[in-house]
Design a protein around this ligand. Structure first.
Ligand code: SF4
Length: 233
């Protein structure tokens, strides 16, 4: 794990949740745990897969990713290809007309900066430096950067996807007005570095299985007595 991140916005430092994150973690662990970090894709592969996952399901993103790798097996070939060829290859992932040029721009920028495509060096940088490097790539936001840092580089970033954003609002970790992008530093300030991967997996699983978007199944939730948004009160 990298060193503790040095700075947090004042709003993140002041935020006090109505239920302790440690208690949430303990209770969710009883139904979804134990959670262990395991290696995911290498960093650049994860980055492109995460770009493909924007505004679609992981299943569609994986299908688009596999199709892209089959049509254009190297990242150099993706750069050299006609954008229309990339669009066709990633059609399964949705928004292909936007994602294809974005992917090519990211690859061109990485090659320009490094002369190669290996992003593993980022694991040796302080967390905020690695985040800045990634989010300064075209179209790479806080979530995509955090996914790469957490899943591929085993760094203590906390990705906030749509499920975690929703569950975190219901549990009072963030306010109703907090955007997913704004939630990243707030959640990282609430959760110790070595707990972030586990908490990420627990909250995303809870959002998918019980704290669902339309009708949360509070009757089955181990947090119901403490949760301000519980329908069991
Ligand atoms: S009590 Fe309901 S709203 Fe609160 S976390 Fe559980 S399922 Fe979600």
């Amino acid at each position: 794990m990298a060193a503790r991140s040095p700075k947090r916005p004042a709003s993140a430092r002041r935020h006090i949740p109505t239920i302790a994150p440690a208690l949430v973690q303990e209770r969710l662990n009883t139904i979804y745990g134990p959670i262990e970090w395991h290696p995911h894709r290498i960093a650049l592969d994860q980055l492109i897969n995460t770009v493909l996952s924007q505004h679609t399901s992981d299943l569609n993103a994986d299908r688009a990713y596999d199709s892209l790798r089959k049509a254009l097996p190297t990242w150099g070939e993706v750069i050299e290809a006609e954008t229309a060829t990339v669009v066709e290859a990633i059609r399964h992932g949705g928004l292909a007309n936007q994602k294809a040029p974005r992917i090519q721009q990211i690859l061109v920028e990485i090659l320009k900066r490094l002369g190669h495509f290996e992003l593993e060096f980022l694991a040796g940088l302080p967390l905020e430096e690695a985040r800045e490097w990634l989010t300064s790539l075209p179209g790479v936001g806080p979530k995509t950067a955090a996914v790469v840092m957490s899943f591929s580089l085993h760094m203590p970033a906390f990705p906030v996807d749509t499920h975690i954003h929703r569950v975190s609002k219901r549990l009072g970790f963030i306010t109703e007005k907090t955007t997913a992008d704004q939630a990243h530093p707030i959640m990282e300030a609430l959760i110790p570095e070595d707990e972030r991967y586990e908490m990420h997996v627990l909250l995303i699983t809870h959002g998918r299985q019980i704290c669902k978007a339309r009708i949360p199944q509070c009757v089955n939730c181990p947090l119901a007595k403490k949760c301000a948004a519980s329908t069991m009160k």
